[in-house]
Write a protein that binds this ligand. Structure first.
Ligand SMILES: [Zn+2]
Length: 155
């Protein structure tokens, strides 16, 4: 399938998802022009704040391919991703992202994630989310164990 066809599939998923009670977002993951997996926004239908279209598509593609590394695949998302999904796209090692609607389009209909993008550039102490360091000297033991582990699966 050509990239326009793959994006039209993501857009159709987003439109159909509105009809089905979900948010107006859809995503497709493809490899060599073939669809590996799709995802739609199911935040409200699953009561899962992380069930965004892109994360859902990544989970489905990784399960289908049996790998946490989706290099060689591309994602087609009906809207420019939020910071969580953009992070997931990087973690999944996807080769390329295509998007249709942009952040401003999303903001204009009530999906404003610009505040998260703004927060990311701040030091933790300056963010709206209160956070403090707690028991770091105990938590570091897991990192030491990881460093010493000889048979770990690095990712
Ligand atoms: Zn997202």
């Amino acid at each position: 399938m050509e990239k326009e066809e793959l994006m039209r599939k993501a857009i159709k998923l987003s439109i159909d998802n509105v009809t089905n009670g979900g948010g107006p977002f859809g995503a497709v993951i493809a490899k060599d022009g073939e669809i590996i997996a799709t995802g739609v926004n199911r935040v409200t239908t699953l009561c899962d704040p992380t069930a965004h279209a892109e994360v859902s598509a990544i989970r489905a593609a990784a399960t289908k391919l049996g790998t946490f590394n989706l290099s060689g695949c591309e994602i087609y998302t009906s809207c420019e991703p939020c910071p969580m999904c953009l992070g997931a796209i990087y973690w999944a090692r996807l080769d390329k992202m295509y998007y249709a609607n942009n952040k401003t389009d999303a903001k204009n209909i009530g999906f404003d994630d610009s505040f998260i993008y703004d927060e990311l550039s701040l030091k933790p102490s300056a963010r709206k989310l209160p956070s403090e360091i707690l028991l770091a000297e105990e938590a570091i033991k897991a990192f030491q164990q990881w460093t010493e582990k000889s048979d770990k699966i690095e990712y």
